[in-house]
Design a protein around this ligand. Structure first.
Ligand SMILES: NC(=O)c1ccc[n+]([C@@H]2O[C@H](COP(=O)([O-])OP(=O)(O)OC[C@H]3O[C@@H](n4cnc5c(N)ncnc54)[C@H](OP(=O)(O)O)[C@@H]3O)[C@@H](O)[C@H]2O)c1
Length: 329
């Protein structure tokens, strides 16, 4: 077995790499020349890990990346962008270019695992969680671009594939969910819509464990799989859990969601003006305004029997400890 891992230097990808290394699986990283290596450099000298420099947006650079590859984990993608086109270029275009390279390779790979997102599915609450087969209704350009990537994979994949849909991912090395931990430095915290939105979550190390399990025991062929550990938690309860782990007692100030609108509008305008990717946009507003992003995980529990996720308390605690050790908090 030899794996090609895209996005291996990013937050999720670097945890996938840790797992691949721990299992002694030879891995080739597809990295851009500009890629930061801080989460992967520890593996570059003493493990069967190689780097192929190239970009998913440059098809010619992908030639050679597939030499000797038997499996692909396609984790690269844009989670923030300056425009809708940028999301589609990175997520759908990048996937399409990778598939083209796979189709033109002189051998077929045995499996392609694609890290998609619950955002490709639909808003959902615990009373009607999103199932893998539900008709997709993504509300943001990000979700739509991931959904388009899924469709491209289904239509063009030359090999058996597995689409993995994680919800919000948290854990060491993350810089987005991290903002929640960071906000606890303040005494007063805004609570949008009384924190009623329901979320599924997954700890990054649990996600990596599921991906490795799917790689080593490929029981799922041409399937889509929701992968979440905390099945549904209200934002208010989540914040209380974080407060407990951080030993903080903030005062929550309930605010209506529309107060976020001007900030989203301004951030989106600045992003377009400066061509800098942003997370806060009118699209993000649509995701935040949704009643919930809850995944049905029945299929996960049926199909992966060795799945033993970390508890929310333990995983939040490990995450906070990591941020503290790094001096981020
Ligand atoms: N984080 C979450 O909460 C979450 C939730 C659901 C799904 N996901 C999915 O998980 C995947 C990883 O997300 P993440 O949070 O780990 O993001 P991240 O830290 O920003 O990592 C993204 C990775 O994709 C790479 N990449 C982007 N465009 C590329 C291109 N044209 N060619 C080659 N590599 C490219 C980046 O490389 P550079 O370092 O060179 O930019 C980076 O390694 C994404 O597909 C995302 O949609 C994430």
């Amino acid at each position: 077995m030899k794996v090609l891992l895209t996005g291996g230097n990013g937050f999720v990808g670097s945890h996938l790499l840790d797992r691949l290394v721990a299992n002694g699986i030879p891995t080739q990283l597809l990295l851009r020349r500009s890629a930061a290596l801080r989460w992967v450099e520890c593996h570059l000298h003493n493990a069967p890990i190689g780097i192929h420099y190239g970009s998913l947006s440059d098809p010619t650079s992908l030639k050679g990346a597939l030499l000797g590859i038997t499996h692909v984990i396609h984790c690269a993608g844009a989670t923030k962008a300056a425009s809708r086109q940028e999301f589609f270029r990175a997520n759908q275009g990048g996937t399409s270019n990778l598939l083209k390279a796979l189709s033109e390779a002189d051998h077929a790979v045995k499996q392609i695992i694609f890290i998609s997102s619950l955002a490709a599915s639909r808003p959902a609450t615990s009373s009607d969680p999103a199932q893998e087969e539900d008709s997709p209704q993504p509300v943001s350009a990000y979700g739509q671009s991931k959904q388009a990537a899924e469709e491209t994979l289904k239509a063009q994949s030359p090999s058996p594939y597995l689409i993995i849909r994680p919800p919000v991912v948290y854990g060491p090395r993350d810089t987005e969910f991290f903002r929640i931990f960071q906000s606890f430095r303040y005494r007063y915290l805004p609570l949008l819509n009384r924190g009623k939105q329901e979320l599924s979550l997954i700890y990054v190390k649990d996600l990596a464990a599921v991906v490795l399990s799917a790689l080593l025991n490929p029981r799922l062929t041409n399937e889509t799989l929701n992968v979440a550990t905390v099945q549904a938690i209200r934002v208010h309860s989540l914040l209380e859990e974080v407060a407990k782990v951080m030993r903080k007692t903030p005062t929550f100030i309930p605010l209506p969601v529309p107060v976020l609108w001007p900030a989203c509008l301004t951030s989106e305008f600045l992003a377009k003006w400066t061509a800098t990717p942003t997370l806060l946009s009118r699209d993000k507003y649509k995701e935040i305004r949704a009643p919930g992003w809850v995944a049905d995980t029945t299929k996960l529990h049926h199909l992966i029997d060795d799945f033993s996720p970390t508890s929310l308390e333990q995983s939040l605690d490990a995450t906070v400890k990591w941020y503290s050790q790094q001096g981020w908090l």
